[in-house]
Ligand binder design. Structure first.
Ligand code: OFO
Length: 164
């Protein structure tokens, strides 16, 4: 079934959200580099790459369904944060916002009886559980460890291990 105009527009909006997510996280990586947290920066670069893959999943889906991808303008992401805890608090906040976007798309697909999009969106519903969990775990570790000393160095080394 060819994708409806309504669904196509909504998924094009979501491509912008995913690309903006990639942009935010790359900005966070650059901030982490600026305060010498290379492990945190690495984690954010991998996260940014994942967001590009998310955008591409929607891109492929629109084209596979006979639709048209129209890319939109991206806002400038923040450059400054108040330390690594702030970075992960903002990451969690952003992922919660994205979860809301995905749930609204899911509801739209149900309304439109677009069962082909539902399969894709179910993958994103599950992915958002993971995204929020990852950000929450690291945020909690940061709250426990504080932002100084050995604990932060250890966490930086741990985040440096994130695979691509
Ligand atoms: Fe972070 O999951 Fe996509 O945006």
């Amino acid at each position: 079934m060819e994708i409806s105009k309504k669904m196509q527009d909504a998924l094009n909006d979501q491509i912008r959200e995913e690309l903006y997510s990639a942009y935010i996280y790359l900005g966070m990586a650059a901030y982490c580099e600026s305060i010498n947290l290379q492990g945190f920066a690495h984690w954010m670069k991998v996260q940014s790459q994942e967001e590009l893959e998310h955008a591409l999943k929607f891109y492929e889906h629109i084209h596979d369904r006979g639709g048209r991808v129209i890319l939109q303008a991206l806002n400038q992401p923040p450059a400054e944060y108040q330390g690594p805890t702030d970075v992960f608090a903002k990451t969690l906040e952003h992922e919660q916002y994205i979860t809301g976007c995905i749930h609204r798309l899911y509801a739209l697909a149900v309304e439109e009886k677009d069962y082909a999009s539902l399969g894709l969106l179910q993958w994103f519903v599950d992915e958002q559980i993971e995204e929020e969990k990852n950000a929450t775990e690291i945020l909690n570790l940061l709250k426990m460890a504080g932002e100084k000393g050995q604990a932060l160095v250890m966490l930086d080394r741990q985040l440096a291990q994130r695979g691509d």
